[in-house]
Write a protein that binds this ligand. Structure first.
Ligand SMILES: O=P(O)(O)O[C@H]1[C@H](O)[C@@H](O)[C@H](O)[C@H](O)[C@@H]1OP(=O)(O)O
Length: 740
């Protein structure tokens, strides 16, 4: 398999007989190292800890004590359930909007009916999955052997916190966390046609080139349509509430309160008006116009001057070629501008009226009703003529009604036109399009469960580190994934799924709130393009946070993935297959990591940076990583070590993944742990291999194998191991045929 050439296969195992490091004891008690008051919070999400204690010699012949801990998380099930509920809501809402699209010409109407049938089926499927998952109360672990189960599709495989706590004689205690989890992938759908990265690309290319019977909107524009729809649905009720509050202030005749209410109303209305500035709304309105019965243009609506990238080059479908084709001029493009501008004008009327009321209240003078700027809104009219003693409520009420009406009109038109954009996305290639959405949801759910788990643990361990908290709200957190998948056979598809799932995590932001009850489980809000995960902290912990975080500032994450296949399949890929997927993933993610580093250097305070630079040579490490990625060396595990080191130095969240997070992952995390002990805690160099073997033989990871497949053996055979890089081979007696 190649690795023998290096002269490394003389010993398949790295075990040194007779010279064992000491595994002092096993315990099941949760870790007691961090601040005690944080424990209930962490214990609410971590379950079934397995602990192992070791004692290893240091280079100056003292002893270091190591506590290794591995815990499951109830977030494995909680997050998928939260997410599926949200996705059902989002899809139900979209289906409703499709139904409310109004009258369409027969072609579009049939298309819509077809889309709705499939979308309803899809929602039913999500509901069934949610029902099944809800039966799993209290579950916190999905084993590797259940990875293909349909009802557990959204649940991450074998998710654990792998923690190493080091007490070394001369150094401060240190904690090293890695989240271990099976690569987020759609095992139930399988990998016959590849994974998301390829499938999405292929789907988009085909869709772009098959403009027949629907209008092509780019993924960016479809996403924009969803964003505007979501903004509308949030802003409209908010504006209505602020308008009612303004009326309330008016009836109380309170100038201060009136001013404040007006300020809020103005801000929200401006946001609302701004939301429609997009050219997409304009082009979508025209498109919808053509899809109404009789509303046909000579040409399909061309988004040439709009944000649209390309439109169908194919001839319009037959039903467009009617004799009674109206001219472009039949469509009054300016009507939208008028409707839209009415909202702004209505607001101006309200502002003018409030100014006038307050002014006259103060001066007791009369008014000619002409308004300050002389501009009259759509219905200000005679109601602007007012007197000091008049009821403020009476004066404002009709204006508020007008604002709400104008807003309703805008919302109605924009909603329908943008829903029409969504119909185009769904219209092509049903039901493949929905299966692709399902696949992306499944993969994302697994990735998100891991991320939330990692975030909460990171927050818990670094809660009293001011540098970390500053970084959290000014820069955001790097989340680094180490992938060990091969670029051969099925694992290509897994890696393609994983790459998209991890990249989709960019759409997630965190928000920390104060827990008001004992329920500290995270809550998710949002929709597919943008989710917010609310993490609740008990009062005392919440109080210690910086103001920006307490005020609800969104905290962002920057996911990066580096993959290096290490097994016999990777040897085949290198010899006879293709490793370009791994190469491009590593190259692309290196750029992302570099970008993060640049922002980190720019945004963190100068004092912090100068201290940071004294301690770390991040520039050098990044350069080294870059060179290793460019070098295109086989099984270059240096890439993983460098990426992990950079992540640790940048205070990031570490993940290690392979197909099941059981065998290869166990080899990698144990190697990482021992390498840290050697490089950071003066582990005696003669004991490096012994410590490694000891951990693999008796540590938490062999327990992980046991809990997954009920057998205490890593699922490797001798032949496979010959292909593994040297330090990834477990000791004799710990591997063999296992029924996985
Ligand atoms: O935890 P993994 O490394 O993904 O487990 C693999 C193992 O590496 C491989 O040798 C073995 O043949 C199996 O394919 C394992 O995967 P399972 O998902 O079957 O546990």
């Amino acid at each position: 398999m190649g690795e023998i050439e290096d002269g490394e296969a003389d010993h398949i195992t790295t075990d040194v007989q007779g010279q064992k490091c000491a595994l002092v004891c096993e315990c099941t008690a949760p870790e007691s190292v961090s601040r005690k008051d944080n424990l209930p919070f962490l214990n609410a999400v971590l379950k079934n800890p397995v602990c192992k204690l070791y004692r290893f010699p240091t280079s100056d012949n003292k002893w270091m004590r190591i506590r290794e801990q591995m815990s499951e998380s109830i977030l494995s099930f909680h997050i998928p359930k939260e997410l599926i509920s949200l996705q059902i809501k989002e899809d139900l809402c979209r289906n409703q909007e499709l139904k409310e699209l109004g009258e369409l010409s027969p072609h579009w109407d049939n298309l819509r009916k077809n889309v709705l049938t499939h979308c309803d089926q899809m929602v039913n499927m999500y509901q069934d999955i949610l029902t099944e998952l809800s039966k799993e109360t209290g579950s916190s672990f999905k084993s590797s052997s259940s990875k293909g189960e349909k009802t557990l599709e959204f649940v991450p495989i074998n998710l654990h916190l792998q923690r190493m706590h080091v007490h070394s004689p001369h150094l401060k205690d240190a904690l090293y966390d890695v989240i271990t989890v099976g690569a987020p992938a759609a095992h139930f759908q399988g990998f016959k046609n590849g994974g998301l990265r390829k499938l999405l690309h292929r789907f988009e290319t085909e869709r772009r080139n098959t403009g027949y019977q629907f209008i092509y909107y780019s993924p960016e524009n479809t996403a924009k349509a969803k964003e505007v729809l979501s903004n509308i649905s949030q802003l409209q009720p908010l504006i209505a509430t602020h308008a009612d509050l303004l009326l309330n202030s008016a009836s109380q005749h309170s100038p201060e309160s009136l001013k404040n209410s007006l300020k809020m109303l103005s801000e929200k209305t401006e946001l609302f008006v701004h939301a429609f500035k997009d050219q997409l709304v304009r082009s979508a309105l025209l498109a919808l116009y053509t899809a109404r019965p009789g509303g046909v243009l000579k040409k399909p609506p061309s988004p040439k001057n709009s944000t649209e990238e390309s439109s169908s080059q194919d001839p319009p479908p037959p039903m467009r070629r009617q004799d009674s084709i109206p001219h472009h001029s039949d469509y009054d493009e300016e009507e939208w501008d008028r409707v839209w501008a009415h909202v702004g004008k209505s607001l101006n009327c309200i502002i003018a009226m409030v100014d006038r009321l307050i002014e006259r209240d103060g001066s007791g003078e009369g008014d000619d009703g002409s308004g300050k700027d002389g501009e009259k809104g759509p219905s200000l009219g005679d109601s602007a003529i007012t007197h000091p003693q008049e009821d403020w409520y009476e004066q404002l009420y009709p204006l508020i009604l007008t604002l709400k009406d104008c807003m309703g009109e805008v919302v109605n038109r924009a909603k329908q036109s943008l829903t029409f954009v969504l119909l185009q996305e769904l219209a092509y290639s049903l039901p493949q399009c929905l299966m692709l959405t399902l696949r992306r949801d499944v993969v994302f759910s697994q990735a998100l469960a891991g991320l939330v788990c990692g975030f909460i643990i990171k927050l818990h361990t670094s809660l009293y580190d001011p540098g970390f908290l500053e970084q959290l709200h000014t820069v955001g957190l790097i989340v680094q994934y180490e992938g060990l998948l091969s670029t051969y056979s099925e694992e290509i598809g897994m890696l393609e799924d994983m790459a998209v799932g991890i990249s989709d995590l960019k759409k997630v932001a965190f928000k920390i709130t104060e827990a008001t009850s004992n329920d500290v489980l995270p809550v998710i809000t949002g929709r597919r393009e943008h989710y917010v995960v609310e993490v609740k902290l008990p009062g005392r912990m919440f109080e210690s946070l910086p103001l920006q975080i307490k005020e609800g500032q969104l905290l962002h994450v920057y996911p990066v993935l580096f993959n290096v296949g290490i097994n016999e399949q990777q040897t085949l890929a290198e010899r006879f297959g293709d490793v370009s997927l791994q190469e491009s993933i590593n190259q692309e993610n290196f750029e992302l990591l570099k970008e993060y580093y640049t922002v980190f250097m720019e945004k963190m305070p100068p004092d912090y940076i100068s201290h940071f630079q004294e301690q770390n040579d991040l520039k050098g490490l990044l350069e080294n990583l870059h060179q290793n990625i460019q070098a295109k060396k086989r099984k270059n595990v240096e890439i993983m070590w460098l990426a992990a080191t950079i992540c640790r130095k940048l205070n990031g969240i570490r993940f290690t993944c392979c197909k099941s997070a059981k065998d290869r992952t166990s080899m990698s995390v144990t190697l990482e742990q021992c390498s840290i002990l050697r490089d950071e805690h003066q582990l005696h160099k003669d004991f490096f291999i012994r410590a490694l073997d000891c951990m693999r033989r008796e540590g938490c990871r062999i327990e992980n194998v046991l809990k997954n497949i009920k057998c205490r053996k890593y699922a490797f055979n001798m032949l496979q191991l010959m292909a593994f890089p040297k330090y990834y081979r477990p000791p004799e007696g710990t591997y063999g045929k296992a029924d996985t």
